[in-house]
Design a protein around this ligand. Structure first.
Ligand code: AMP
Length: 211
């Protein structure tokens, strides 16, 4: 199965991707995670992309495409879930061409629909474990007592200024990707408001119908 998970920042893509990985045995490909790992390692790639990512801006298309393409090739062009890619129409076009070359079209492009006010609340209350990358919500899903509070941080791009920027970037550059997949009839829209389990059940219903 080949799936892309789409939606605004804070839509729950990472959480749902992890659940789909566990249930369907897919490999999770998150360009955001690859980028954060490179920044943490202070690698040449990390130094190149740091200012974009920390400010909530998109990393240039060509740089991210190289990462995504490599990750897809590494899993033999199958059984993957893309999380956070594609984020521009150019990225989507490159992805289509590449998957077509390998006779490996996407089975579903799943878009999680979440209103802006819910997004801002989720992101501003989100905290992340420095080592594991696990996400928490200060009110609804706080870090458990046995987690060292010193390991819990706020992602630089979850600060208010960066959140506003990410939503703006999403509307201007990323949302048009939805129309691209709507025209290709691969788009599935899912209500992303509710508990993790509710949203997961909605996604699974659609994937099982498509299988
Ligand atoms: P995420 O964890 O998916 O929200 O990604 C974190 C940051 O990584 C984004 O705000 C961008 O700076 C960068 N990034 C991740 N995926 C992409 C992409 N497909 N295109 C451009 N930038 C990306």
């Amino acid at each position: 199965m080949r799936i892309a998970l789409f939606g605004p920042p804070g839509a729950g893509k990472g959480t749902q991707a992890q659940r789909l990985v566990d249930r369907h045995g897919l490999t999770h490909i998150s360009t955001g995670e690859i980028i954060r790992a490179a920044i943490k390692a202070d690698s040449p790639l990390g130094r190149e992309v740091k200012t974009y990512a920390n400010a909530g801006k998109l990393v240039p298309d060509a740089v991210v495409w190289k990462l995504a393409k490599q990750a897809i090739a590494d899993v033999g062009h199958d059984d993957f879930i893309l999380d956070g890619y594609p984020r521009t129409v150019q990225q989507a076009k490159w992805l289509t061409e590449f998957l077509d070359e390998h006779a490996a079209e996407l089975d579903a492009f799943v878009s999680l629909v979440v209103p802006d006010d819910v997004i801002v609340d989720r992101l501003s209350q989100r905290r992340t474990h420095k080592e594991t990358g696990e996400n928490y919500h200060l009110e609804f899903d706080p870090p458990p007592d046995d987690v060292d509070p010193a390991m819990i941080i706020q992602r630089p791009d979850d600060r208010p200024e960066a959140i506003r920027r990410r939503l703006e970037v999403y509307k201007n550059e990323t949302q048009p990707v939805e129309d691209y997949y709507r025209r290709r009839s691969t788009l599935v829209e899912i209500d992303g408001v509710g508990t993790f389990a509710e949203v997961e059940a909605r996604i699974n219903q659609v994937l099982e119908a498509a299988a």
